[in-house]
Ligand binder design. Structure first.
Ligand SMILES: CCCCCCCCCCCCCCCCCC(=O)SCCNC(=O)CCNC(=O)[C@H](O)C(C)(C)COP(=O)(O)OP(=O)(O)OC[C@H]1O[C@@H](n2cnc3c(N)ncnc32)[C@H](O)[C@@H]1OP(=O)(O)O
Ligand SMILES: Cc1cc2nc3c(=O)[nH]c(=O)nc-3n(C[C@H](O)[C@H](O)[C@H](O)COP(=O)(O)OP(=O)(O)OC[C@H]3O[C@@H](n4cnc5c(N)ncnc54)[C@H](O)[C@@H]3O)c2cc1C
Length: 556
């Protein structure tokens, strides 16, 4: 995050000064924004940067215990520099959060500089090798030119020039949220690879006396656990491509001072980061548990995969908060649509009248047709957004201010943002396959994946579709059955579909997911390396177990 922030927030002179140092690894940096007391509420950050026109320096301070920077990756022991987000004060006025480059450690002996106290925040659930750290600043001075001044400036006499948009400071976070969508796709693909390969190797239970124990991948329940997640990994692959394209297009516009789509990008990236990381987080656990006891071993690769992925739901914007950000924009779009404004691409459906198109219960609708089902996802999203938006309006009519009305409707706003994200993902998956240049056989297999993703997505949220009369109960039941009917067809290609992710064994880090499937031999070999097996009799025997046993034996 250090380098992308410099790339996006530096003037051209600052780029020339800082970026070569980063690219050549002459300095190592981190992004120090979060504090002990604030991670989500950025306007509440307490670190201060007071401008001293006499020396043309900023004086940085951590004025309170809660202002200590806390969590930034590699801050504790590794980084020599940081981008520090601080409240800018100049000529006695506060101008809000701004980014500053701060050197933390000497480039000679790596010792912290004067006014800098840094350290590791202690063991965490995962990311063991990463020294997430703390930073306490005490009257630490940096040159005026260390404030990143692409969008806002402080002149030598302390005069402040404000940015075209205050939220341009938040640009790096949007970029990393887009990366996290990619991270979700990768994590779920890894977990699917491990679980499906292992399920093809593992044989368990005797269905009928005398019959060989079947591969657990042959059980419909195992397929029902794993194949929708495999399909989701493929869906997220196509979504992250679409998301990155939108990000790149909007970022190019921003670089040409066209800020017209910055809100749409923020809302989409927030919703997709939250949606994909929540789904992946839950999916990793389903994959682990589908591997039985061996899934719980470090040898499976799941414990580390989960411990390292799960903070994706928290960092870079806590998921609930991001869903609320997305929903806030959707509510604004409903208002804009009602006042006749044209809505941008990813939200234009909110100005369509989808209510009459499909009333549930009419017979003869082709429930296996993906284009038709995507229109139902659209209707569900539109209904939920309008419902939540009407709740906000009713709150305001009842005398609340906008913030109060948004807060009182926030549970429904999160549901609406989830439905919006889900619609975008399902639509993107189906549309991406149409554009794919692939053999008919491959198209057929991918169509099976898209179908099971779309069917299962409705089955798992059928209440949404039934409550709004988008589907009748019997239609929802039919779609649930369509998903189950697809499972044996996907079974045929399941191992090939995870092999297609082509994770090397060294990357997958899983004995269960080995490409050669030679699990038991390698589990036994892996166990030999357990530290406890260094000696046949563990030293602790002589201190504890031995004396205990001997003492009790003497009583016999
Ligand atoms: C190539 C291979 C790749 C391989 C893939 C593998 C990748 C793996 C993943 C990557 C590694 C991940 C490592 C990351 C480690 C964690 C780093 C961190 O956590 S760092 C720390 C992360 N920390 C966080 O994320 C902190 C989360 N908190 C926040 O972002 C903010 O405090 C807030 C958004 C919640 C509120 O902000 P506040 O100032 O109170 O704003 P208001 O709510 O009052 O809304 C005012 C207006 O601003 C608007 N707007 C807001 N944001 C944006 C935006 N970004 N833009 C545009 N607009 C934005 C908003 O819509 C509204 O508009 P309107 O309605 O008025 O028109
Ligand atoms: C592994 C890891 C790495 C990290 N790396 C970095 C880094 O490199 N740099 C950096 O600056 N930070 C980093 N962070 C910090 C991270 O960005 C924050 O933890 C994150 O932004 C969430 O903020 P918080 O911890 O204050 O949670 P909080 O915001 O306190 O969230 C706690 C609860 O409050 C709820 N909540 C908060 N606000 C609202 C609201 N408005 N409406 C409804 N509910 C709300 C949330 O939904 C959540 O359930 C990292 C964190 C982790 C875990």
């Amino acid at each position: 995050m250090f380098i992308p922030t410099l790339e996006r927030q530096c003037t051209s002179e600052q780029r020339e000064k800082f970026l070569p140092l980063c690219y050549d690894y002459r300095i190592i940096g981190t992004y120090a924004q979060t504090e002990l007391g604030h991670g989500t509420f950025l306007r509440g950050l307490e670190t201060t940067a007071h401008y001293d026109p006499n020396t043309q320096e900023f004086i940085l301070n951590s004025p309170t215990i809660s202002s200590i920077k806390w969590w930034p990756g590699a801050l504790g022991k590794t980084s020599t520099h940081a981008v520090v987000l601080a409240q800018l004060y100049t000529l006695g006025k506060c101008h809000g959060i701004h980014p500053f480059v701060v050197q933390l450690r000497s480039l000679d002996d790596h010792k912290p500089l004067r006014g800098i106290t840094v350290g590791d925040i202690g063991p965490k659930m995962g990311f063991g090798p990463n020294d997430n750290g703390y930073l306490k600043l005490h009257k630490h001075r940096i040159p005026r030119t260390n404030m990143l001044m692409k969008y806002s400036q402080v002149s030598p006499d302390g005069t402040y020039t404000k940015p075209p948009r205050s939220t341009l400071t938040y640009g790096t976070m949007t970029f990393v949220r887009v990366l996290i969508v990619h991270g979700s796709a990768i994590a779920l693909a890894k977990a699917s690879t491990i679980a499906i390969r292992y399920s093809a190797v593992r044989r368990q239970s005797e269905l009928r006396p005398g019959e060989p124990e079947p591969q657990i991948l042959s059980y419909p329940t195992q397929q029902h656990k794993l194949f929708p997640l495999l399909a989701t990994a493929y869906a997220f692959h196509f979504v992250q491509l679409a998301m990155m394209k939108i990000y790149t297009d909007v970022n190019d516009q921003i670089n040409n001072s066209n800020f017209s789509r910055i809100q749409e990008l923020h809302a989409l990236s927030s919703g997709l980061k939250a949606f994909t990381s929540w789904v992946t987080n839950a999916g990793l656990e389903v994959c682990r548990m589908s591997c039985g006891g061996h899934g719980y071993s470090q040898a499976s690769g799941f414990p580390r995969l989960y411990a390292d992925f799960t903070p994706s739901c928290t960092y870079e914007g806590e998921n609930t908060v991001l869903m609320l950000q997305s929903a806030r924009y959707l509510v604004k779009c409903v208002r804009d649509a009602r006042s006749g404004k044209t809505l941008p691409g990813t939200v234009s459906y909110l100005s369509e009248d989808v209510s009459a198109v499909h009333s549930g219960g009419s017979s003869g609708r082709d429930l296996s047709n993906l284009d038709f089902l995507i229109s139902l996802y659209k209707q569900r999203a539109s209904n939920q957004v309008h419902f939540a938006s009407d709740k906000v309006d009713r709150g305001i009519s009842a005398g609340m201010d906008l913030v109060g009305a948004l807060n009182s409707a926030s549970v429904h706003l999160v549901s609406a943002a989830k439905a919006h994200s889900h619609y975008f993902i399902a639509k993107t998956f189906v549309e991406s396959l149409k554009l794919l240049k692939a053999s008919s056989e491959l198209q057929n297999v991918l169509h099976q994946l898209a179908s099971v993703y779309v069917f299962e997505g409705i089955a798992q949220s059928s209440g949404d579709f039934i409550e709004d009369y988008i589907l009748s109960g019997s239609e929802a039941k039919t779609i649930r059955q369509l998903a189950v009917d697809l499972l044996p067809l996907i079974r045929v290609n399941a191992v090939s579909l995870v092999d297609a992710f082509s994770f090397r064994d060294e990357v997958l880090q899983s004995v269960l997911g080995r490409y050669d499937g030679n699990v038991y031999e390698n589990l036994f070999k892996w166990a030999q390396n357990s530290p406890l097996n260094k000696t046949d009799v563990h030293p602790s025997y002589h201190k504890y177990l031995g004396p205990l046993l001997k003492r009790n034996q003497s009583k016999l």
